[in-house]
Design a protein around this ligand. Structure first.
Ligand SMILES: *Cc1c(COP(=O)(O)O)cnc(C)c1O
Length: 213
């Protein structure tokens, strides 16, 4: 595997923070990505997170949890992560608020693709959800996370990212907040996400090339 973080960092040019999706990488490759300049890493699974965060304790990584987090597993990791991208239900929020020792930066996951998916709130559920969370002292909402449909249709992707971007403005106006962050854009659609003012890209496959023999 050839890592190409430097090229991608150059292309993104500090317009957004790159989070490397760790599901593709082992600990050695993560050290190399860190050396190439990627300092934020995102894991999907609690078990994989624990098996990687341990051996990498000497590296000052910013850890993001980007997958679905089951309420019963919160206590295993919650004080070891810096960001959560998948907050979408009140039970999870209550458990985090109980277990976490300092405010956790959270993205509310929003379903922007209209696909049948269990994950993410519908846009119209977001304001009541935030209102409920305002009194939670360990939950620091910083913005929204969304995944666009997996399609070649760029207009469709663009309109989904635009939806999240507009939602941020609407929520800030309605609730008098100053949420700034949008976690949107993966390997196949991050240039479009950047056009739509994404601040965190979650990238996996674009960060490496398979070696060909
Ligand atoms: C794997 C993963 C990514 C990155 O995937 P690529 O398409 O390879 O860039 C981003 N977000 C989440 C939640 C993921 O699980």
């Amino acid at each position: 595997m050839i890592l190409r973080a430097k090229e991608v960092l150059k292309e993104v040019d500090n317009q957004a923070t790159i989070i490397a999706a760790t599901k593709y990488f082992d600990v050695t490759q993560m050290r190399e990505l860190y050396k190439q300049g990627i300092h934020h890493f995102g894991e999907n699974r609690v078990e994989s997170f624990l098996s990687k965060a341990g051996p990498l304790q000497d590296v000052p990584i910013k850890w993001h949890f980007i997958g679905t987090l089951q309420t019963k597993k919160v206590k295993k990791i919650i004080d070891q992560i810096d960001f959560l991208h998948s907050l979408d239900n009140i039970k999870l929020a209550i458990e985090i608020n109980k277990r976490r020792s300092s405010p956790l930066k959270c993205f509310i996951q929003v379903n922007i693709s209209n696909e049948e998916s269990k994950h993410g709130l519908n846009p119209d559920e977001v304001i009541p959800f935030i209102e409920e969370l305002l009194s939670f002292d360990k939950i620091n909402i910083i913005g929204f996370m969304g995944m666009a449909s997996y399609t070649k249709n760029k207009e469709e992707i663009r309109s989904q990212f635009l939806k999240l971007n507009r939602l941020l403005e609407a929520v800030n106006t309605k609730l008098n907040l100053h949420l700034k962050d949008l976690s949107m854009g993966m390997s196949n659609d991050y240039p479009i996400a950047l056009e739509q003012k994404s601040t965190y890209l979650r990238l996996g496959s674009v960060l490496f090339k398979k070696e060909v023999e």
